[in-house]
Design a protein around this ligand. Sequence first.
Ligand code: SF4
Length: 364
Amino acid sequence: MTGIYIHVPFCRTICPYCDFVKRPIKGAAPDEFIHALAREIETYDGDRHAETIFFGGGTPSLLAPKSLAAILDALHLKFRIASEVELTLEANPDDITQDLLDHWKALGVNRVSLGVQSFDQEALRYLGRRHDADGARRACGLVAASFPNWNMDLMFGPHPVTAYPATLAECATFAPPHVSAYGLTYEAGTPFGKRSHEAIDEDTYLRLYALTGESLRGLDRYEVSNYARPGFECRHNLRYWHNDTYAGFGPAAYSFLEGVRARNHVKLEEYLANPGGKCEALNLTRREVQVETVIQYLRLREGLPAIAYERRFGTSLLADFGGVLRALVGRGLLEEVGHVFRPTAAGFELNNEIGLALVDAPAR
Ligand code: SF4
């Protein structure tokens, strides 16, 4: 079984903090792109059993229903798709209409991920989002009424920082079964890169992070930045955190198949000329896959059971990583319960440190 990721690299307007691969467009995603995607899917020759499909971007809600149908037709021709497939589509609140939601349902979409970010008008303006607070409320109401399984994306850190508690409170009124809440970053190469002096300090960051967990009652923090009602964890993203295989389609999309991490051409023109052509392909060593697997699992509350590692790699977790894992337990970032290592509250807050320690761990 694998997961399918489709990258839709178009946005109506460009948010100044965003470092995803995207470009502005006026109307719907163009046919030329849809044809290229269909060609790429047609020529794919990896694992053909899929249990998750995720349309990300960019703004997949800019796909016309007939385009979405064409991509799904291409996927169904190539893949044997599980009857219980999780089919997620990311959406901008401004694009949501009841008519569009009805189309998505009819096409098999069963999970909508809504990029709300904030319910505060000033914070949305700070982020340069195209939707406003009322648009976010309207979209949440429509999505919640149509899809039992949906996600609300939130962001902490935009100014005014004081608006965040009210956003969390308003989030709760829509009772989403899943919330992703990330801190705003000021990435080099984006317009916000030049405004990094506006970033909140680390103490404020940690305070808002803790507040997120406390405020989202009924949702478990099952991953560093993701919260869900039991049973509503994102199955597609769990594939990444379990370091399982996935096949990516569209410009800049990554795939991880048979130990090779490859990336499609990033520039749209190059992608259109050669859909599926790679700009990089890394044949990961066994040790690299082991390190990545341990790092990814330790983003999850469930942590890494020694048995899962041993079944996958045929060697002992403690023999391969026991020294560094126990040192992380000593630093209070991990706990060892039975034969499972999992992050503590501090390990969630400082998860990067777990990754750094594992990357530096000496091979046995
Ligand atoms: S809508 Fe999303 S992908 Fe597009 S520019 Fe804004 S943050 Fe980036």
